[in-house]
Design a protein around this ligand. Structure first.
Ligand code: G3P
Length: 225
């Protein structure tokens, strides 16, 4: 089953997209929260509003600790769970301290997304430490000469049961390649998601239908207006 997340920390944008399509949740990172600044009072208040909205719609919110040492990650994780919401998925970049934090928090039953994944081995470490979701960063991989498609395929092949969340996209082609390679879950920014509708082939196709009709009936609608 396909899970689609919005990569955003902007509640207005999130509401807007939810009004158009069904989503499975929202993912954020410190850079997205920094961009929103204190727009909603504080980053944590912002996250709380997003958490309430997303969980009321049956989805999940994935939040990344800002701290990078083991102690900071653990402390940020508990703070997020207390202040944002108890069902928040903690999104942890898989570094050495990150892996230790994934192990500890997973044992406590906390849902972990292993983030900033760039290799099969890194993913396996996170999976074996207890992460339920593995997030491969496609464009950041490609920019560094890493074939994200092979990374996704190898993870899917070894652990078909893990939630494989492809993230970090520069264009629709990367989204399609990630899905084709086996990603069952995708997190996409709003602008990129809807850029799929601004396509010359779509526009040409729609125009042809309308032109054919207009030529025959001199109107723009079936009603005849
Ligand atoms: O959730 C993905 C995000 O954290 C990284 O995406 O677009 O900044 O590479 P991006």
């Amino acid at each position: 089953m396909l899970n689609l997340f919005l990569d955003s920390a902007d509640i207005d944008e999130i509401r807007d997209v939810y009004s158009l399509i069904r989503l499975d949740g929202v993912t954020t990172n410190p850079s997205l929260l920094a961009k929103a600044k204190n727009k909603y009072g504080s980053p944590v208040l912002n996250l709380k509003v997003v958490y309430n909205f997303v969980t009321q719609h049956g989805g999940a919110l994935h939040v990344q600790p800002v701290g990078t040492s083991y102690e900071e990650i653990i402390s940020d994780a508990y703070y997020i769970l207390d202040e944002v919401g108890p069902k928040t998925w903690i999104k942890i970049p898989v570094t050495e301290p990150g892996l230790a934090a994934i192990g500890k928090l997973s044992k406590e039953g906390i849902n972990i997304t292993a983030a900033s994944i760039f290799s099969f081995t890194q993913a396996m470490l996170a999976y074996k430490a207890g992460a339920k979701c593995i997030s491969v960063y496609c464009n950041r991989a490609e920019e560094n000469g890493i074939d994200y498609k092979t990374v996704i395929k190898s993870i899917k092949n070894a652990v078909p049961d893990v939630m494989l969340l492809a993230a970090s996209f520069k264009d629709i082609k990367q989204v399609e390649e990630a899905s084709f390679s086996g990603a069952d879950s995708l997190t996409i920014k709003k602008a990129l998601l809807f850029s799929a509708l601004n396509d010359s082939v779509i526009n040409k196709t729609v125009r042809t239908f309308k032109d054919d009709w207009a030529e025959a009936f001199s109107s723009n609608t079936i009603k005849g207006e």
